[in-house]
Design a binder for this molecule. Structure first.
Ligand SMILES: [Zn+2]
Length: 141
């Protein structure tokens, strides 16, 4: 990958990071405001649901923040753009679309196939490992 391309991707990662950090700061402020306003039982139930969704969204944002930071540190150590599984160069078009990816298409496809297999678990296991299973599904949405 040439320097110019790398600089562009780095700038993109940095602005994505800033955007997400601002967003999560705003979400935190909104949440603490909502928590302090009085509400009856129905309002409270609706608020809880809303809060739960916000937390889920926040978790996803935070996961993305982590991915972006990892990509930026790969740029610093000169490992950016290489697949973490096979070491091959990741297609630059793929990086332009989603600059924090660290897997090539081949390895990504293999991983997704594995995940789908994991998801194919018996009902009673889903029951006891419900949290983990739904967490995994959320990641891939
Ligand atoms: Zn690979």
């Amino acid at each position: 990958m040439d320097r110019e391309e790398l600089a562009l991707l780095r700038a993109k990662l940095e602005s994505m990071l800033e955007l997400r950090l601002n967003k999560s700061r705003t979400a935190m402020e909104t949440m603490s405001q909502a928590a302090s306003s009085p509400a009856d039982a129905v309002d409270r139930a609706a608020m809880e649901t809303q809060r739960h969704l916000e937390l889920l969204m926040r978790e996803r944002d935070l996961a993305e923040v982590r991915e972006i930071r990892e990509a930026l540190s790969r740029i610093l150590i000169g490992e950016y753009g290489a697949c973490r599984e096979c070491g091959e160069d990741i297609d630059v078009r793929r990086l332009r679309a989603r600059p924090m990816v660290d897997l090539c298409v081949t390895c990504m496809t293999g991983l997704e196939r594995e995940r789908n297999r994991e998801r194919d678990v018996p009902e009673e296991m889903i029951h006891s490992f419900g949290r983990e299973v739904s967490g995994r599904i959320l990641e891939t949405v």
